[in-house]
Every structure is written in C-alpha cells, then in structure tokens.
Design a protein. Structure first.
Length: 295
C-alpha cells in the first residue's frame, strides 16, 4: 500500500501474535500500543536514583558530541560520536545537571547494550516481547537501553529491523516516513569520521581514512533545505509522541528521526526483518531512484 493515514493509530492492548502479524507486520504499518509493558517493574523502579544505586560506578559506553548529533552528516562527513568509557554515576551527574558540560551525552550504544552493559536491569523488563517473538518465529537480535539529554537527536535513518520501542519514562518524539517516500529522500555517500576531544577540550573531526564511504541522509526533516533538496517537498511525514508506558511498533525500512525529553529512558527490541516481497519492492524503488538521479 502506498497510501498512509494522517496519524499513527493506537492499540489499547497488545495484540495476539497472528493479529499483529496480519494487521501490522505484513502490511508494514506502524502503531502505538498501550498496556503492553504496564506489568514491567521498570516503569515504577527506573528512577535516576534507582539507576544510580543499581549501576553506580560501573563503567559504560556513552556517546559524546558537541551538538547532540551522533551518527549524522556534518561538514560533508558522516560523523560518529566519541565513544567515551565513563562511570555511569558520572553520566547521571550530567543528566541531572549536577555537573555542567558544553557537550551532549547519550547512552545509545546499540548491539544489545542492555544485556551486554546493563545486565543488572534486565530483570526489570523482558528478554523479548513474547507475542512478537511468536509472530515472527524468532527472538530479538538486540535489546537496547537509551538514556540521554534532550539535545541528543537521532538523525534521519532506517533499519532492516522490526523495532518495538518502549518508553519507560519521559517522551520520545518520532518523525516517520514510509519506505514509499524513498524517491523524495536524499541519500549521498560521505567520508566517515569520528569526533575526538582535543587537548584544549574542544572537539575535532578525525577522518576514518581506511573506511569505505557511508550512505546517509543529509537532510534535516525538521528544517529541510528545499532549495537543495526540492524533491523532499513531495514526501509526507507522520509525527507521533510515544509517552511513558507506551510502545511504538516501527516497521522495518521506515525512515525515522527521533527527539526526546530530557532524561528520557527507553528500551527497544530489534527483530530481524523477513527479506520477503516488501524488501524486494524497496530494493527496486531504491534502484529506480538512484537511476533517475544519475540520469
């Protein structure tokens, strides 16, 4: 289907596995699900004070940038954050504004960082979402933990994952585009680079010279440069806010840009997508878009 509703629909309860696969996964449609995680201890327990007590001095990976944009196009490069190893309590001091910093800090390392770096917290959530695991016939590839400042932004991107994004506290603000908007969304190749802190405390951008160029979306959907990317005017964004206790089903191949309230805590589950007909259609659309751009 190439037509989408004006807003993301809500479900008042978690669906059955068959219902979810038939109504949402197969047609590749997003929805927000209420009462799917209301039984999680995390909803009541995960205050910053509790996280400080349970995780405390443990050293974890924190993405640090000068502007809040990690993994984003900046100065004609695809710039990745400084991946800083620091005690979790020091990170919480920054989030709680007990310590000031000109930089932006975000616990956002993926690769299942909840289970790998925060195993103390796993018992407060679920190792998987049972009805999703049954619907897809598989367990999630990764379970990720997110906590950061309001200035931390996820630039526009997409993944080959079925994504269940669960907000524990605060709010996440999503701007979404269906895969059918691919012809209107610019993709370019960029030299990969990484932020590195210099001796005077400022950031410098260091090229990853041996790495291949990275395809990424240079456009900011919140402030699009329509003179440079006029085709984006034909795209139709959907926006939604996912509140504490709610779960967003973000289908595979959907473009998304994410903002958050300060100190927002979230957990998401990445299930590998089925590389079926919809994937073939997306690949065709992508190839046709590139062919038109070249011509």
């Amino acid at each position: 289907e190439l037509g989408w509703t004006e807003s993301i629909p809500y479900l008042d309860r978690p669906p059955s596995p068959l219902e979810f696969y038939r109504e949402w996964v197969s047609p590749n449609k997003p929805c927000i699900i209420r009462n799917a995680i209301s039984h999680w201890p995390a909803l009541k327990k995960w205050t910053l004070a509790y996280l400080r007590e349970v995780v405390g001095p443990k050293v974890v990976s924190v993405a640090v940038t000068p502007n809040g944009y990690a993994d984003a196009v900046f100065q004609h490069r695809f710039v990745m954050p400084e991946e800083r190893q620091m005690p979790f309590m020091d990170f919480l001091d920054i989030v709680e504004k007990k310590v000031t910093s000109p930089n932006v800090f975000y616990v956002q390392k993926q690769c299942s960082n909840l289970t790998e770096e925060f195993p103390e917290l796993v018992c407060d959530v679920q190792p998987d979402i049972p009805w999703m695991s049954e619907a897809l016939g598989k367990k999630p590839d990764a379970v990720n933990f997110w906590l950061g400042e309001s200035a931390a932004v996820t630039s526009c991107t997409y993944y080959h994952y079925e994504n269940l994004y669960c907000v524990i506290s605060g709010e996440k603000h999503f701007l979404l585009h269906p895969p059918s908007d691919r012809p209107f969304i610019p993709y370019e190749l960029y030299q990969p680079a990484t932020y590195r802190i210099s001796e005077d405390g400022s950031f410098e951008i260091v090229d990853e010279k041996s790495a291949d160029k990275v395809p990424w979306i240079p456009l900011d959907p919140l402030n699009p440069n329509l003179e440079q990317y006029p085709q984006y005017a034909q795209a139709k964004a959907l926006q939604c806010t996912v509140k504490a206790g709610e779960m967003l089903y973000l289908p595979s191949l959907w473009f998304h840009h994410v903002q958050q309230s300060h100190g927002c805590i979230a957990v998401n589950y990445w299930y590998d997508m089925e590389y079926d007909l919809k994937y073939s259609y997306y690949q065709l659309l992508d190839c046709l878009t590139k062919a038109v751009e070249v011509s």
